[in-house]
Write a protein that binds this ligand. Structure first.
Ligand SMILES: Nc1ncnc2c1ncn2[C@@H]1O[C@H](COP(=O)(O)OP(=O)(O)OP(=O)(O)O)[C@@H](O)[C@H]1O
Ligand SMILES: [Mg+2]
Length: 285
C-alpha cells in the first residue's frame, strides 16, 4: 500500500511525538533515565511529578537545547528522528515549547519577534537547510503587514493581551503572568502541531489562569497534541487531559486517565514513590 509510512508531511498517519527509552545527561549527570511517551495529535497529556524529577529536562531535550546530551533512545516526530535536527528545524516541523522560565530579549520587540518567527515557520521545513544562517539572510516569503496585524489582533484579543505588548521588548520587565501570556500568544501565532507547555500555569492569578487556559483550549483540536507540565490540578480543571503521567527520577513511573491528577492531589506522591522504590529494590528472582 502506498503512503502508509509517516513522513515529514504527516500524510497517511496522525502526527505523533514518540519518545523511546530516552536517556539524557547534563554536565555528565544522567537526568532522564529511560523515558517512554507517545503523544498523538488531538490528545492532551499532563506530565506531573516532584521538583527535580526531569520534566523540564525532557521538554528541553525534545526541543534540542544544546546543554543536554542524549545518551540513549530516540525521539520521533512525524516519523523523523528529530535528535538529528537543530532546534529551529524542530520548530519548523511543528513543535513548540512554552518555557517554564521565558528569557527576556532586550532590543527585540514582541511584534518583530512574532513576525520573524511566523515567517520562518511559513518558510517550512527543509531537512537539508544549513542549521546556522551562513551570514546570508535566508530568502523568506514575507507576510503582508495587513495579514500579520489581523492575525496578531485576533490572537491578542483571544488572550486578552494589551495592545502595547507588541511594542515592548520580549519579556523585559514583564510580570510573571505577562511572560506566560506572551508564550501562549507565540503559540497561537505559530499554530504548532505539538505543543509542550512547561508550567504555563505557575505564577498566574485566577483570572489569568482562566484566560490562558481558554486560549490553549481555543487552539486545541484534532490537529494539535499538547503535553502540559504542571504541579497543580487546577489548570487541568480547564484543560482536561486525556492522560496523566507522573515522572520521578527521570522516568515516567505511573500513568492514568483524566482523573488521575485529582487522585494525586489528594494522595500526594509519597505513597506512589514508595511502591515504585519497593519495586525497584525488590530482588528479581
Ligand atoms: N542546565 C542544567 N545544569 C545543571 N543541572 C541541571 C540542568 N538542568 C537540569 N538540571 C538538574 O536536573 C534535575 C531535573 O531538573 P528539571 O528542571 O528537569 O526538573 P523538573 O522536574 O522540571 O523540576 P520542577 O518541578 O522544579 O520544575 C535537577 O536535579 C536539576 O538540578
Ligand atoms: Mg521544571
Amino acid at each position: 500500500m502506498e503512503n502508509m509510512q509517516a513522513n515529514a508531511n504527516g500524510a497517511g498517519q496522525p502526527v505523533q511525538l514518540i519518545i523511546r527509552d530516552l536517556h539524557a545527561s547534563v554536565e555528565g549527570k544522567e537526568i532522564l533515565r529511560g523515558v517512554d511517551l507517545t503523544v498523538t495529535q488531538g490528545e492532551t497529556h499532563a506530565l506531573m511529578g516532584p521538583n527535580g524529577s526531569g520534566k523540564s529536562t525532557l521538554a528541553n531535550v525534545i526541543m534540542g537545547h544544546p546543554k543536554y546530551q542524549v545518551t540513549h533512545g530516540e525521539i520521533l516526530f512525524k516519523g523523523l528522528n528529530i535528535l538529528e535536527l537543530s532546534p529551529d528545524k524542530r520548530a519548523r516541523l511543528g513543535l513548540f515549547l512554552a518555557f517554564q522560565y521565558p528569557s527576556s530579549v532586550p532590543g527585540v520587540t514582541v511584534g518583530n519577534f512574532l513576525r520573524r518567527a511566523l515567517e520562518a515557520k511559513r518558510d517550512g521545513f527543509d531537512p537539508n537547510a544549513p542549521a546556522q544562517p551562513s551570514g546570508q539572510m535566508p530568502k523568506r516569503k514575507g507576510i503582508p503587514p495587513a495579514e500579520f496585524r489581523k492575525l496578531l489582533n485576533e490572537q491578542m484579543q483571544l488572550l486578552k493581551v494589551d495592545s502595547t505588548f507588541v511594542n515592548r521588548y520580549i519579556n523585559e520587565g514583564f510580570s510573571g503572568g505577562e511572560k506566560k501570556r506572551a508564550e501562549i500568544l507565540q503559540m497561537a501565532m505559530l499554530q504548532p502541531q505539538m505543543a509542550i507547555l512547561d508550567e504555563t500555569d505557575s505564577g498566574l492569578d485566577i483570572d489569568a489562569l482562566r484566560v490562558v487556559s481558554e486560549g490553549v483550549n481555543a487552539l486545541r483540536g484534532p490537529n494539535l497534541g499538547v503535553l502540559i507540565i504542571t504541579h497543580y490540578q487546577r489548570i487541568l480543571n480547564y484543560i482536561t487531559p486525556d492522560h496523566v503521567h507522573v515522572m520521578y527520577k527521570g522516568r515516567i513511573i505511573r500513568s492514568g486517565g483524566p482523573d488521575y491528577a485529582k487522585e494525586l492531589e489528594v494522595k500526594g506522591y509519597e505513597w506512589l514513590i514508595q511502591t515504585v522504590e519497593e519495586d525497584v529494590t525488590a530482588p528479581t528472582a
